[in-house]
Ligand binder design. Sequence first.
Ligand code: ZN
Length: 237
Amino acid sequence: MEQTNEINEVIEIPVAERRFVNGRNLKFKKKIILLSPLLILFFYFLGLSFKNNLKVNTSKISDSDPRILGHLPYEESLKEELVFIEPHIWVHKDMAQTLLRMRQDAMNEGVNIVFLSGYRSIKLQEEIFYSLKSVRNQNALERARVSAPPGYSEHSTGFAIDFGDGNYRETDFEVEFENTDAFRWLKMNAAKYHFKLSFNKNNKYIDYEPWHWRYEGSIEALKIFETANREFSNANK
Ligand SMILES: [Zn+2]
């Protein structure tokens, strides 16, 4: 019996202690109730700043760079918008007349401009990109400095054209094209016909291509190249 009493006494102690704890809990609860407006405000601002952080993150995702290996995406021109101007050369109908007039005007001044490549389908661009990559034993990044990946070429729009000099065919698709009469003439006159060099020496992603020009003489063309122009003007600020 004595043993049981001892056990009962032992049990009573934690009960007393529990009452004491409950008393403290009550005080704590009172404090919480008094402080609750402050706590609500605290969590409100915490939530607000978290929400703002989320907003910053999502806007970063939506503004993410659309480029692949430095090239902007371009859609393929519709077949009915393309016109044939000579064997292997199709261009957008909006630029065909101006392009031919420009070549004729250069010819009248003794400069022999030739067309090397106009519209290229995404399928053809794919063949060029992947076949040249393997022929030249280049990886995609190296190849992208000199050729656009399929779906990312200005040539697919029908508004891009590669020029050569008929008297210096060895400079076709070479940086040395910049030393020809054709290039000098284009540099002096192409803007009058709304042609613009696409990849100049300041482009940080793509190698300088003195032969590759794009037409910006129609609203449709301007819309297509708006991102490229905006990025370039930002880069030069
Ligand atoms: Zn080109």
